[in-house]
Ligand binder design. Structure first.
Ligand code: NAP
Length: 280
């Protein structure tokens, strides 16, 4: 049985569907990415967002500030973008340089354009299982599980990592789908004992090969969110070659969760576009 959860192929399918849909729109949807500083990984992620937008027919705008920019200037730009009827998605590229508090900037993004699902209003709606824009990586993981008919209801999902961007929204999405959810983090005692109980193990830590074969049970579904760069290569958080033997399904890195994240970003931009202005 094929056990690889192929995010690359699924994301291409989603992008093609979006491209077809966008062709029917009178005006192109628009995503604006705000970057502060010149973080190398952020530059790569922004370029992949630009490419995906251009391939799909979404207008991509990149607003870049140096790391000495006054916070007020960024906030004023967000306010301007909030009231620009041609802007559908606003994304603050993270991480920010030292000295900036992401929460204190993100809170100015209009929740209807919050395509990263990080404003308090978006988070609150998600927790209450209400329609909203949801963080792209968790959304992509759920979409990938659905594609392979992997049910969440009644399953024990163990999430390793509790970031606002991945672990916490994922917890809400899984709970909303009636899974039993355990969330682990850096202070968790005896991680191995907990991960071994998972029917579905989702790891978002940023620690190369943190999860080894002895930490997963037979036939577990393993989702690896981690992106760790070493010796010119990209590794996940899971020791893929060894865990592969035990897993019923597993995501590769690269080619698993990463492409799904970008596809869900495009989907969120289109969702925002449609919900805000159906007459466009
Ligand atoms: P983050 O904000 O740094 O959060 C990491 C989480 O891991 C924290 O909750 C931390 O616990 C926990 N942690 C750290 N060491 C641990 C350990 N030894 N055992 C258990 N938990 C531990 O990271 P993030 O933004 O969620 O990203 C995580 C990884 O996913 C990174 O490699 C990132 O590059 C990758 N990522 C990939 C995608 C994608 O599209 N594929 C998208 C987003 C992120 P505390 O809360 O206690 O500090």
């Amino acid at each position: 049985m094929e056990k690889i959860l192929d995010g690359k192929t699924l994301s291409s399918k989603i992008k093609n569907e979006l491209k077809t849909e966008i062709k029917t729109f009178m005006i192109k949807p628009c995503l604006t990415v705000i970057q502060i500083g010149n973080d190398e990984a952020s530059n790569i992620y922004i370029e992949s967002k630009r490419k995906a937008c251009e391939e799909t027919g979404i207008w991509f705008k990149h607003v870049k500030y140096d790391s000495f920019v006054d916070k007020l200037e960024v906030i004023n730009k967000i306010k301007e973008l909030n009231s620009d009827e041609y802007v559908d998605g606003i994304l603050l590229q993270l991480p920010l340089p030292n000295g900036f508090d992401a929460k204190n900037i993100i809170k100015y993004i209009n929740p209807s354009k919050d395509v990263d699902g990080l404003t308090d209003i978006s988070v609150g709606k998600l927790v209450n299982n209400k329609n909203c824009l949801v963080s792209c990586t968790p959304l992509g993981i759920i979409r990938l599980l659905e594609e392979y008919n992997i049910e969440l209801e009644g399953k024990h999902v163990v999430i390793v990592g509790r970031s606002n961007l991945v672990g916490k929204p994922l917890m809400s999405l899984c709970l909303n789908k009636n899974a039993t959810v355990t969330v682990c983090h850096s202070k968790t005692v005896n991680l191995e004992k907990i991960t071994k109980e998972a029917d579905i193990l989702i790891v978002a830590v940023g620690h190369k090969k943190l999860i080894t074969e002895n930490m997963v049970k037979e036939n577990c579904v393993v989702i690896d969110v981690g992106i760790n760069r070493a010796d010119g290569k990209i590794y996940g958080d899971v020791d893929y070659n060894n865990v592969y033997n035990k897993a019923s399904y597993i995501t590769p890195v690269p080619g698993g969760v990463g492409p799904m994240t970008v596809a869900m970003l495009l989907k969120n931009v289109v969702k925002s576009y449609k919900s805000r202005n159906t007459s466009k």
